[in-house]
Design a protein around this ligand. Structure first.
Ligand code: ZN
Length: 85
């Protein structure tokens, strides 16, 4: 077994060959859809291709739009409180 095949994402499948032997076959890797780090919802508008298409080009690319909005407001509140003191 190659080191690249030692991944839990790859499922083993047993296939009978015409010669009567049973052979181990690896199913294709299952790729996960990127999810929001907070609410675990799938991120929209992220696909394959260039690096700019594989992630959002804004602050908090690992969060969905509504969570990043909340996070920005939280950070602004924190900054405001630290300035006041
Ligand atoms: Zn979210």
């Amino acid at each position: 077994m190659k080191p690249s095949q030692r991944v839990s994402m790859r499922r083993k499948k047993f296939v009978k060959t015409p010669g009567g032997r049973t052979k181990e076959v690896f199913a294709k890797k299952i790729s996960k859809k990127p999810i929001c780090a907070l609410c675990k919802k799938p991120l929209h508008g992220i696909g394959k291709g260039a690096k700019t298409k594989r992630r959002a080009e804004r602050p908090y690319p690992n969060l969905c739009a509504s969570c990043s909005r909340k996070k920005i407001i939280q950070d602004a509140r924190k900054r405001f409180l630290s300035i006041q003191e």
